[in-house]
Design a protein. Structure first.
Length: 198
């Protein structure tokens, strides 16, 4: 696994990096994705988990939200206890999706990514640094624990994926406003799930 921490300025750059690293690959494994962004890149790993959960053709595959939930739980849990280099088990790293579907899902994100990047800027930085970062990590752990349930509640995984995407972007861009929106979104998603199950 790559030990270097990759630096990304926004969503477009991350998508381009993923596209270049996975182009022509028959099966895109989690190991390849982690190697692409670096095993110490908490924000990009959160962002990728959110994007994969949201992306058409990828996030709709049964089991994918749960696998992304396990990834998020392990990474965010290790961050909460003070680790900065994330360890992931081999069985998880070997999980993979069809390369063609992954590429199409990545390409679908290109256009909205450019618009999103124009909105990113450092603000409310306390929400993504120090105690704020730990709060984001703890929230992501709770999201991850709920991912298996979200596979059976229609549209709830989309809310979780969107929240993870916002948290990932917030950490990359030091944009606490996005983190705040992520907290609101996941609260609404939790309310929606409780309503559907009642």
């Amino acid at each position: 696994m790559d030990d270097d921490k990759q630096q990304f300025d926004g969503l477009t750059q991350l998508i381009e990096h993923l596209d270049n690293s996975t182009r022509g690959v028959e099966r895109v494994s989690l190991s390849l994705i982690v190697e692409t962004v670096g095993s110490r890149s908490f924000g990009p790993l959160l962002l990728i988990a959110g994007l994969i959960t949201l992306a058409p053709l990828i996030g709709d595959i049964p089991g994918v939200p749960t696998v992304m939930g396990i990834l998020v739980l392990m990474v965010s849990g290790q961050l909460v206890v003070g680790r900065r280099h994330f360890w992931l088990p081999q069985w998880l790293l070997e999980r993979s999706v069809d390369g063609g579907k992954f590429t199409r899902g990545i390409h679908w994100m290109r256009r909205p990514a450019r618009g999103i990047d124009k909105l990113l800027k450092p603000r409310l930085v306390r929400l993504v640094r120090g105690p704020g970062l730990l709060t984001v990590a703890a929230t992501c752990s709770l999201i991850a624990l709920g991912m298996p349930l979200m596979e059976v509640v229609p549209f709830s995984a989309n809310g979780a994926g969107a929240a993870l995407t916002l948290f990932g972007l917030a950490l990359i861009a030091r944009d606490g406003l996005l983190a705040l929106i992520g907290f609101i979104l996941i609260s609404g998603t939790a309310g929606f799930i409780l309503y559907q199950l009642s």
